[in-house]
Design a protein around this ligand. Sequence first.
Ligand code: NDP
Length: 405
Amino acid sequence: MSKVIIIGAGGVANVVAKKCAQNDSVFTEVLIATRTVAKADKIVAEIKEHMPDSKAVFTTATVDADNVPELVKLINDFGPKMVINVALPYQDLTIMDACLETGVHYLDTANYEPKDVAKFEYSWQWAYQDRFKEKGLMALLGCGFDPGATQAFTAHHAKHHFQEIHYLDIVDCNNGNHGKAFATNFNPEINIREITANGRYWENGQWVETQPLEISQDIYYPKVATRKSFVLYHEELESLVKHFPTIKRARFWMTFGEAYIKHLNVLEGIGMTSIEPIDFRGMKVAPIEFLKAVLPAPESLAAGYSGQTCIGVQAKGIGKDGQPKVHFVYNVKDHADCYREVQAQGVSYTTGVPAMIGAMLMLQGEWMQPGVWNVEQLDPDPFFDAMNKWGLPISELADIELVKD
Ligand code: NDP
């Protein structure tokens, strides 16, 4: 039915490509374009080896996604209906510009972040609203798991369970073990920038700032474990409090093990997580970019990764019957199952599957509408059906408060 371009060939792109290969009645021709084309070639070779029955036709190309003219040429040569951007947040705006110029739809999994300022927010991408609307094009922002599925979970709470949501807690537990002393589960540079930044949550109409990892609580993750979890700022909080103005408090919690925090503290203490370039043998090098080169690539963690992820959203407020209510919506995914299915670890898998689903719902017309959209603005029902079908089954838990005030 549709031609698409996937930009990037890292851990998440590997999953998006393989789920497109499984869903070959929707994704008939796929071009994987990235900086290091050998990584795209490897993904295509694995698809041929592990999914010989897929009718989707895959090709690869080299592209510098920071360069708009290069992107425009790539898109014009291939002629896709949409671009799935799973490169890095730094490339969001150049890829959106190229989509506008060539008249194709756009989807990504993380909001724009300038490379030289550790700051991410939707303002840059929301500013494209009129241009996408005028051209009759859709841009779907942040359609991974968190952001992404977590916003569909919130929309589901609002549509099916609550008159008013007052308290929202997004919880993200990785209870997996990859056997390495220190590694990040997705792009190290982006991940470390997120965790070492100050925490922030929404309360009574304003943002409350915390020190990094200052607030913690033991949270029970159903079917997985009770784990110490920390408040950190996550991008979907910004759009959720905008689109659900009844929310009085919104927080995001993530688990980190003691060893992880110890390594991070040391790396930060000696300046290795800094984005400020230093002079090294006549070159300018940002320590965090050097650190990324030293750490294991996220996709290399997949073989032998054990344990599960559990990501969910707890809502508290006034239920549809007018009574106080608490409700939890979540998914549990096993790392080893992900590896068996698409040679990936759970964090890449839980991001890549919603990206494929978002693209499918756009291409099939269920979600397609001109403008720039966040996931919670769209109907969660077809997304839930597709999550259950494509490997991320959703569970619900009523009347138990997992995250305390
Ligand atoms: P990786 O670092 O594994 O992969 C990124 C890919 O993008 C690499 O193949 C890289 O190329 C390519 N790339 C980087 N810069 C350019 C460029 N200028 N031109 C072309 N290609 C480029 O990251 P992940 O796969 O782990 O993450 C991908 C995205 O998903 C990130 O934006 C991340 O923030 C997001 N994410 C979202 C989550 C969610 O739940 N919403 C969760 C996890 C991640 P090269 O191989 O040469 O380095």
